[in-house]
Design a protein around this ligand. Structure first.
Ligand SMILES: *Cc1c(COP(=O)(O)O)cnc(C)c1O
Length: 309
């Protein structure tokens, strides 16, 4: 493999007055340090999809994303590093490669960008549409938006297998819920707190349940796994990509106190939820927690002037 990856990712103890006062031991699993461009859970979710690509004679790898998708960036960078032709189906036919840095960089990395209407993008889970894409692009491996497929889930179980002492809680930000599903698959007894970054994030429980159904768990095991999951849905700050001064101040405070850099789309909300749940005692005194730093720091470029880092 031509890729130089920092695996297993480091794990760090976080010293922070709030955690000490409440006697909660917090560590952070630094998946953000896996690779400068293929950060965090995006590598985990793509890893086994790439192995499938290599084991079969696919000509290219095709996936889907919005204009600012971290998944699109990661896929394009992997394609560049591993000599895999990549195709990105992008939501929005008004866009082009010069619309923003994410798209520009993806194209520069060699990704073929295909801009489609929102209506066409809505067909991305339909079998007939996948057939059409294969007719158009040849023998291409189609990977779901966000890497949200069974291989994506299985790749994320490795986050847990790299940890030798399971904590009482894992906490993680959720977009598609694939990484959350992987943690659930991987753990023996830890509870998983998943923080959806969307408004009305409750739907994610069904998504996670569906992802786990593919994993061959029996009905009883599936219920047991789902019982380990709790959703912290009140920390979306108004929806995907939304944030406010409170969140920015919080991110600056965490950086000053601990040196940890968070982003305003995913990990800032996750860490905010962690602190609130420690304060309120939902995470009780005496607990151990591992927060997964899923990356996304490139997303802070747009708000650099408001951050201390
Ligand atoms: C994509 C992403 C997530 C969401 O992961 P899911 O597996 O889709 O839930 C979380 N954090 C960061 C930084 C991401 O880029």
């Amino acid at each position: 493999m031509a890729l130089d990856l920092n695996l297993p990712s480091p794990i760090e103890v976080i010293k922070y007055e709030l955690f000490e006062r409440h006697n909660v031991k917090v560590r952070v699993k630094r998946d953000d340090l896996i690779h400068p461009e293929i950060s965090g859970n995006k590598w985990r979710k793509l890893k086994l999809n790439i192995e499938k690509f290599k084991e079969n004679r696919y000509e290219s790898l095709l996936t889907f994303g919005g204009a600012y998708s971290n998944h699109i960036s990661a896929t394009a960078a992997i394609g560049r590093e591993m000599n895999i032709p990549t195709i990105g189906v992008i939501r929005g036919d008004e866009l082009n490669a010069s619309s923003n840095d994410t798209l520009g960089k993806a194209q520069k990395d060699g990704m073929q960008l295909v801009f489609v209407s929102r209506e066409e993008y809505g067909l991305r889970y339909e079998t007939s549409y996948k057939h059409e894409l294969r007719r158009r692009f040849g023998n291409t491996l189609i990977v779901e938006e966000g890497g949200a497929n069974f291989l994506g889930v299985m790749g994320c179980t490795e986050i847990v297998s790299e940890i030798h002492d399971e904590p009482d809680y894992f906490i993680i930000a959720a977009g598609t819920g694939t990484t959350t599903a992987g943690l659930l698959m991987g753990v023996d007894h830890s509870k998983i707190i998943s923080v959806p970054v969307f408004k009305k994030g409750d739907f994610i429980r069904d998504e996670i349940n569906q992802l786990l159904e593919f994993s061959g768990l029996g009905e009883f095991e599936l219920i047991e796994k789902m019982n380990l999951l709790s959703l912290a849905t009140e920390f979306s700050f108004g929806g995907y990509g939304k944030f406010n001064k409170t969140l920015i101040n919080f991110m600056n405070e965490i950086y000053s106190a601990t040196g940890l850099k968070l982003d305003q789309i995913y990990t800032g909300k996750m860490f905010y939820a962690l602190c609130e749940q420690v304060k309120s005692g939902i995470i009780p005194s005496g607990s151990s927690v591992i927060a997964i730093h899923t990356g996304g720091i490139q997303g802070t470029n747009s708000i650099k002037d408001q951050l201390l880092f």
